[in-house]
Design a protein around this ligand. Structure first.
Ligand code: RIB
Ligand code: CA
Length: 313
């Protein structure tokens, strides 16, 4: 059944490719709105970037909301070292002209879920989960309207990418991640264990650019900018692609395999705060709360990405 989704996002080049992938898949996905959150770069940038991306894709009919400017408890940690000053460095995007909605993004999430039928809406979390967590705290009844929460975040076998033990989205707001993981809704996690196998090789980036439309070219240019840091850090032949896996999972879940297990978040330790404690071998009796994805059909993913970006302007 076609998914009605809200994308909570901190664009971020990989967020941008995820948003374009969603917009290129109208048969499977209806994007109800984008909620920008502080993460890769501050909120003023992420909300502007969200609007830029909708303008590039010719979808200014989709509303953009500003969510939270900082995590629930901790100071904001950003990642300009990867994403550049604007957060969307690479292509030269015009300043957005479409409006930013006046309503707070957290209230948009709450109102949309309260107006929805039971289990009608899918939440796609591509950044720190501050907005969804606060919506759940402010309006616990909204779980009724949630079909599934699909998030990019966490790690187990791959370790961390912002500290030795934590993945960025969970690290920035671990308390928010904890609230989401405990909310009782159906949750699917696309962790670094998956995204570190989804590598944007030169051949794959060339296929995106060769689509020849502005969205394909923008996607290739965005990823060619953001890959620099990862290529230097990991020494791999290509950089991992994170957020678009959330959308690809919605379009074709058979691209991924995983298992339903318990995942919790370390909050107390300063050394390992934001670490996802993934009970992959079920060595505890903690309730299984997450469909934890472990593998991706990487060629199938890029075939899908190229196919769907090709239908955009
Ligand atoms: O760890 C990768 C995640 O952090 C991605 O969502 C990327 O956009 C950054 O937000
Ligand atoms: Ca992101």
């Amino acid at each position: 059944m076609r998914r009605k989704i809200i994308i909570d996002t901190d664009p971020g080049q990989d967020d941008g490719v995820a948003i374009l992938l969603a917009l290129g898949s109208p048969a499977e996905i209806e994007v109800l709105g984008l909620v920008a959150v502080a993460g890769n770069v501050p909120l003023a940038r992420t909300e502007s970037n969200a609007r830029k991306l909708l303008e590039v894709a010719g979808r200014t009919d989709i509303p953009v909301f500003a969510g939270c400017p900082r995590p629930m408890l901790r100071p904001l940690v950003t990642a300009e070292h990867i994403h550049g000053e604007t957060g969307l460095d690479g292509p030269s995007f015009d300043d957005p002209t479409m409006p930013l909605q006046q309503q707070h993004g957290v209230d948009f999430i709450i109102d949309t879920l309260r107006a929805a039928a039971d289990a009608e809406i899918t939440l796609c979390c591509l950044g720190p989960m501050t907005d969804l967590a606060l919506a759940l705290v402010k309006a616990p009844d909204i779980t009724r309207g949630i079909r599934e929460i699909v998030l990019m975040g966490g790690a187990h076998f791959e370790g961390g990418n912002i500290t030795p033990s934590a993945e960025f989205n969970v690290y920035v707001d671990p308390e928010a991640a904890d609230i989401v993981l405990r909310c009782g809704c159906s949750i699917t996690m696309l962790p670094l264990d998956v995204t570190h196998t989804v590598l944007s090789t030169e051949e794959r980036l060339g296929r995106l650019a060769a689509i020849g439309n502005r969205c394909g070219i923008a996607a290739a240019e965005m990823l060619r900018f953001s890959e620099r840091f990862d290529l230097a850090r990991y020494g791999w032949s290509a950089a991992p692609l994170h957020d678009p896996n959330v959308i690809a999972y919605l379009i074709d879940p058979s691209l991924y395999t995983g298992r339903t297990i318990n995942v919790t978040v370390e909050l107390a330790s300063e050394l390992s705060r934001g670490m996802t404690i993934v009970d992959y071998w079920s060595v505890t009796d903690r309730a299984a709360n997450v469909q934890y994805m472990r593998t991706a059909n990487v060629d199938g993913f890029y075939d899908l990405l190229v196919e769907r970006l090709a239908v955009l302007p």
